[in-house]
Design a protein around this ligand. Structure first.
Ligand code: HEM
Length: 468
């Protein structure tokens, strides 16, 4: 672009949006404290006070919250090359995960995605069904004992343990959920470490000699050692079980023939382990919560399980027939999207919702906010799985609801690579457990959504179980 063209473009640019009103900002750090401690509250507040788009100060930086689905499309698809993952949240993730698929960018990411993609195709993922079923069956036996005793369980914790076991077994054929082993607790500790770093507003916190850093680093070292040992054993033996690690080790770039180094394998394995279990676990915990609040919907889902499965296992053929159960999962992720915000940094000036977005601005798009936007959703706060029936989806399309009004797995080139994995896993787990048990909320507890890296039930969700 010539200097004159550049000046003309600048002249024709719309002005920047004014900062959101002071009462939303708090103190000199702008919205930093509010963003760290109640990010969703702040976003909803901004949405209710300022409408679809709000500009706020977060520490030294400016962030734009947009609840406009067209902006989501522009940032994540149309102009994705002008937006990066150089945000504070991703900086925290990089400290722990290094340069894995979630955190890397540019040509390096492209190559890694190309290498990893085949491992996540529906056909390959189907091979993990047995592992998912066996782990869910074991939990079902445990739930049988709890039902007999009449005690309660924290289903959020139960789902976390179950999905961690599945992640460990599908990734590198090891059960990580066993709390007596060192790996399970280390993963849990690393997740706490993530969340602690993410929530903090202290700069360079990770350099301070405080107990949380010491514990977090120790847990990371444990995981590194275990992962590197497994990689070394596999390299030495020349073969291994058909798990994700095996797929990664055998994958190569079709253009260059290049394979992954040990460091790259470590980063990808830790990425899959963390990205792949907490998200699905929280999605399932919120689904169980919503079902227990809506017994009629739960009964309809259980009726479908009885009709479709009878005494059979939920195999791939049967899973396809579980249409209502699938709708329930989709609707739960509309109301409680495990990844509650997707953030990017503008690397070029741009225009969103008619306002100038200066280079360096963070753009935050929240599935939680957009998936409850009354412009896109009738009765947005209501739990109504039928809105995902083929007829209702067709109707919404005809009425002009943009596709991007629903994006729990994100959209565009950086869309979740594990979406089929997560959907299949969620279906198998729900089908296995809910055909046998009816969970009920223990009365009197406080259920609150907490925004850490994922959207999780802050105090857990206690439920009793009755055998059907
Ligand atoms: C319900 C469960 C899940 C949800 C809601 C979810 C959501 C997401 C979202 C929103 C992103 C995009 C983040 C961004 O661009 O800022 C993402 C990326 C990713 N997810 Fe998931 N995810 C889930 C399960 C999984 C599973 C099971 C795996 C792996 C086994 C996985 C692996 C990944 C990876 C590797 C990326 C980065 C992809 C890339 O940038 O190329 N996710 N996920």
């Amino acid at each position: 672009m010539t200097t004159i063209e550049h000046s003309l473009t600048r002249l024709s640019q719309p002005p920047e949006l004014q900062l959101a009103p002071e009462h939303l900002s708090g103190n000199i750090l702008g919205h930093l404290q509010a963003f760290r401690h109640d990010s969703l509250g702040l976003m909803m507040d901004a949405f209710n006070n300022c409408g679809d788009i709000a500009r706020v100060r977060i520490g030294y930086e400016t962030a734009l919250f947009t609840a406009n689905a067209e902006d989501v499309k522009r940032v994540l698809i149309d102009r994705h090359g002008d937006y990066s993952k150089q945000t504070r949240g991703y900086a925290v993730l990089r400290m722990v995960l290094g340069q894995g698929l979630v955190t890397s960018e540019g040509s390096f990411w492209k190559r890694q995605r190309r290498i990893a993609q085949p491992a996540f195709q529906r056909k390959r993922i189907a091979g993990f069904g047995d592992t998912m079923r066996a782990a869910s069956e074991d939990l079902s036996v445990h739930w049988g004992e709890i039902a007999r005793r009449g005690t309660s369980v924290d289903v959020a914790e139960e789902m976390m343990r179950l999905t961690l076991r599945i992640a460990g077994e599908t990734l590198f054929s090891q059960d990580l959920s066993n709390q007596s082993a060192e790996v399970g607790p280390a993963v849990t500790e690393v997740m706490h470490y993530f969340n602690w770093l993410f929530k903090s507003s202290v700069p360079l916190l990770h350099h301070l000699p405080v107990p949380a850093n010491v514990r977090g680093r120790r847990a990371l070292k444990t995981l590194d050692r275990v992962v590197y040992d497994i990689i070394a054993q596999r390299r030495a033996s020349g073969s291994g079980p058909l798990d994700l690690l095996d797929m990664f080790m055998n994958a190569y770039d079709e253009d260059t023939g290049e394979r992954m180094s040990d460091l790259q394998l470590r980063d990808e394995v830790l990425t899959m382990l963390t990205a792949g279990h907490e998200t699905t676990a929280n999605g399932l915990a919120w689904t169980l919560y919503l079902l227990s609040k809506h017994p009629g919907i739960l009964r309809r889902l259980q009726h479908e399980l009885d009709e479709v499965l009878g005494d059979d296992e939920p195999d791939m053929m049967k899973l396809r027939e579980l249409t209502y159960t699938n709708q329930v999962i989709q609707e739960s992720m509309r109301l409680y999207p495990p990844v509650w915000a997707v953030a990017r940094r503008a690397e070029q000036d741009d225009v969103l919702s008619g306002h100038l977005v200066k280079r360096g601005t963070y753009v935050v798009m929240s599935p939680y906010v957009i998936q409850r936007h009354p412009q896109y959703w009738d009765n947005p706060e209501g739990f109504d799985p039928d809105r995902f029936s083929p007829e209702r989806l067709e109707q919404a399309k005809a009425e002009g609801r943009p596709k991007q009004a629903y994006f729990p797995f994100s959209i565009g080139p950086r869309k979740c690579i594990g979406d089929h994995f997560a959907k299949m896993e969620s279906l198998i787990i729900l089908a296995t457990l809910l055909r046998r048990f009816t969970p009920s909320l223990v009365p009197g507890q406080r259920i609150e959504a907490e925004t850490s890296i994922t959207l999780r039930p802050k105090h857990g969700i206690q439920m009793t179980l009755s055998a059907r």
